[in-house]
Design a protein around this ligand. Structure first.
Ligand SMILES: [Zn+2]
Length: 243
């Protein structure tokens, strides 16, 4: 039985600190007595106690654990560790698998975007934008919805943090931010806890670093001239471009 989720799905949907704690447990071999039966993965996870855990093979965040967090029906590090064991089939995780980017950071790598990078980045952004969608569900589904927004922003952080510092990359980032902005202002995205807004702010900081390393990026900031955005996040970039 192969679960319906993979390691990146678990990582981006979980976020830190739970993700890194779960990886730690997994790598120390604390996930023991693993069994697969009837659509679930179960195991005993050794922590400060032994915890009995199961997770669904369909959704990694559906399951149970008898630890303090799990008993509150929240996703705990033990459930995530069992999900990792299921998705990785007990094999070691690569550095890329483990690495968690919770905000976009400037790669510091000055240089052009290759054709391959351009295409793979464009298609990655397209996939991720589907996570940032309008909220139409009942109120009890709100937390799951927020989780989807966080997953989208975490995935986008990973994509942006890989970009080389150049004009073309700056343009892609700005265009993505404008699309996100449109979703926030007009697309019915309910960003009550500020996940998407916080992401946009971090991406603006990344673009400021781009401009410091590669001043030609400033030319791209002018795309933002005369735009109305939901919280005037473009202002610091325009100020830099005018100087
Ligand atoms: Zn637990």
């Amino acid at each position: 039985m192969v679960p319906a989720y993979d390691v990146p799905k678990i990582k981006f949907a979980t976020g830190n600190p739970t993700w890194s704690r779960a990886v730690y447990l997994y790598e120390l071999g604390k996930v023991t007595q693993c069994k697969k039966t009837d659509g679930i993965f179960s195991a005993v996870v050794i922590g400060s106690n032994s915890y009995e855990v199961w997770v669904s093979s369909e959704k990694f965040d559906v399951g149970e654990c008898n630890c303090y967090v799990g008993q509150k029906e929240e996703l705990c590090k033990h459930m995530v560790a069992v999900a990792i064991h299921a998705a990785a089939a007990g094999q070691p995780l690569s550095e890329t698998d483990k690495e968690m980017q919770s905000e976009p950071l400037c790669s510091g790598r000055i240089g052009p975007l290759s054709k391959d990078e351009l295409l793979s980045t464009q298609s990655a952004i397209k996939v991720v934008m589907k996570f940032i969608k309008a909220y139409r569900g009942p109120s009890r589904m709100w937390f799951a919805y927020q989780g989807g927004l966080a997953e989208g922003c975490n995935r986008l952080s990973a994509v942006f943090s890989k970009l080389p510092v150049c004009e073309e990359a700056a343009r892609m980032v700005i265009q993505t931010l404008l699309k996100l902005d449109k979703k926030l202002c007009q697309g019915g995205v309910d960003d009550s806890d500020g996940t998407v807004g916080g992401f946009i702010e971090s991406a603006v900081k990344m673009l400021e670093q781009f401009a410091a390393l590669e001043p030609s990026c400033l030319g791209q900031f002018k795309i933002l001239e005369d735009r109305e955005t939901c919280f005037d996040w473009q202002e610091p970039l325009l100020k830099l471009a005018r100087e």
